[in-house]
Write a protein that binds this ligand. Structure first.
Ligand code: PMV
Length: 347
C-alpha cells in the first residue's frame, strides 16, 4: 500500500569520464561504452517530500526548491524525466512532490549538476519505491537508481556507486549493459584515492548543451571510427587500471579528452569549447610533467574547465604547481579539490 506522506533525503556525487560518452540513440542508449571516476566532494543533496494526492489527477505535481528558493527552471527537465520513468514507477501520479535540492559546488561554476542532481533524485525515488514494495534485494534497487538516472541524463547513471562505473554494453565486459551503469573496482590501489582538481576556467553558460552535442554525432564524418575507438580504449584502459601503469593511463586519458573536443570541432555546426586559458593550462601541465616526471594529466568535459587528475602520493607537489602556475589561468583564481569517492547514498 502507498504511504500517506513522508520525506527521503539522498546525496549523489558528480563523476568524471575517462573514456567519454558522446553520441546516443533512442532513449538514452549510448553509442559506446564509457567509464568514469566517481567523485566525492562535488555532490547534490536532495530531499524528496511526498504526499498522497486527495484526488488522483492525471498529471505530475512537483515543485523544485534550489537552496531553499522555489525555482521553475528545472521543471521542463524534471517533467520530461517523470514522463519517461512513470512506466517503471507507476505511483508517480499518486503523489504531490516537493523536491529540495542543493549542490556542494558553487552555482554557475561551469560544473554540470545534471549528473549528481539526476542521480540524487533517482536515489530518492527508488527509496520511495522500496517503502512501497521491499521485496527486491539491494542490487536491484541500486541498478534501478542507475537506470532511472540514465533516463534523466546519461552520465548520471555513473554517479550511483564507486570508485568507478562503467555504462554501456561492451562484449569484453560481461555484466555491462546499456540500461544502467555497473560498479568497477578491479583497479590498482593508486586509483582508489586518485585526486581530481577542477580548474574553473570559464563559469559561463554551456555553449553547447549535451543534448545538442550528442545529436551532432549523427552524420558526423568520424562517428563510426570514434565509437570503435572508444570500445578499443575501454579494453586498454581496463588493463591499465588493473596494472597501475600511470604513463599509459595519462596517454589514454588525454587522448580521450582531446578526441571529445575534436568531435565537436569537426561536427556541423562546429564548436570550440576550449578557451585560451584551457590551452595555457594544458601546455603548463605538459611542460611540468616533462620537467618533473610526475603523473598529473588532464581531462575535459564538454566545456572549458580542466580536470587535473593525479595520484594522492603526488598531491603536495601537484598542489604547489597548481598554486604557483595554474591558478593564474582560473577565473577569479578558483578551483575545486575533489577525489575518487564511493557513490550515492540515502541519508
Ligand atoms: O549525460 P550527458 O548527456 O550530459 O552527457 C555527458 C557527456 C560528457 O560529460 C561530455 C562525457 C561523459 O561521458 O560524461
Amino acid at each position: 500500500s502507498l504511504p500517506e506522506k513522508g520525506s527521503i533525503t539522498s546525496e549523489a556525487p558528480s563523476n568524471i569520464a575517462l573514456v567519454k560518452y558522446w553520441g546516443k540513440r533512442d532513449i538514452q542508449i549510448p553509442e559506446n561504452t564509457s567509464i568514469s571516476f566517481t567523485l566525492n566532494t562535488c555532490k547534490t543533496i536532495t530531499t524528496l517530500h511526498f504526499e498522497k494526492k486527495e484526488n488522483l489527477t492525471n498529471d505530475y505535481s512537483f515543485q523544485v526548491y534550489l537552496d531553499g528558493e522555489r525555482t521553475t527552471s528545472f521543471e521542463p527537465k524534471i517533467g520530461k524525466f517523470f514522463e519517461r520513468i512513470e512506466e517503471y514507477l507507476p505511483f508517480l501520479k499518486n503523489y504531490k512532490f516537493k523536491i529540495e535540492t542543493s549542490n556542494s559546488f558553487p552555482h554557475s561554476s561551469g560544473i554540470a549538476s545534471s549528473a549528481s542532481g539526476m542521480a540524487a533524485l533517482s536515489m530518492c525515488l527508488v527509496a520511495l519505491e522500496k517503502q512501497i514494495d521491499n521485496l527486491k534485494d539491494n542490487l536491484y534497487f541500486q541498478n534501478k537508481a542507475s537506470f532511472l538516472a540514465r533516463l534523466g541524463s546519461g552520465s548520471a547513471s555513473r554517479s550511483i556507486d564507486g570508485p568507478m562505473m562503467i555504462w554501456g554494453k561492451h562484449e569484453a565486459i560481461p555484466e555491462s549493459t546499456n540500461n544502467y551503469a555497473i560498479k568497477y573496482d578491479k583497479i590498482d590501489p593508486v586509483f582508489k584515492d586518485y585526486q581530481d582538481t577542477i580548474l574553473l576556467v570559464d563559469k559561463g553558460e554551456k555553449q553547447v548543451s549535451s543534448t545538442v552535442g550528442h545529436q551532432l554525432m549523427y552524420g558526423h564524418p568520424f562517428s563510426e571510427q570514434r565509437f570503435n575507438q572508444a570500445q578499443d580504449n575501454m579494453v586498454s584502459l581496463l588493463e591499465i587500471l588493473e596494472s597501475g601503469n600511470l604513463k599509459d593511463f595519462i596517454n589514454l586519458v588525454e587522448r580521450e579528452a582531446l578526441t571529445l573536443h575534436a568531435m565537436m570541432m569537426t561536427s556541423n555546426p562546429y564548436f570550440i569549447l576550449m578557451k585560451p586559458n584551457t590551452l595555457e593550462i594544458i601546455n603548463r601541465i605538459w611542460a611540468f610533467r616533462k620537467e618533473t616526471n610526475l603523473n598529473l594529466c588532464f581531462t575535459l568535459d564538454a566545456g572549458a574547465n580542466v580536470h587535473l587528475l593525479y595520484p594522492k602520493n603526488e598531491a603536495d607537489k601537484t598542489l604547489d604547481f597548481i598554486k604557483k602556475e595554474l591558478v593564474a589561468y582560473c577565473k577569479n583564481g578558483e578551483y575545486l579539490c575533489d577525489n575518487v569517492g564511493s557513490g550515492a547514498s540515502a541519508i
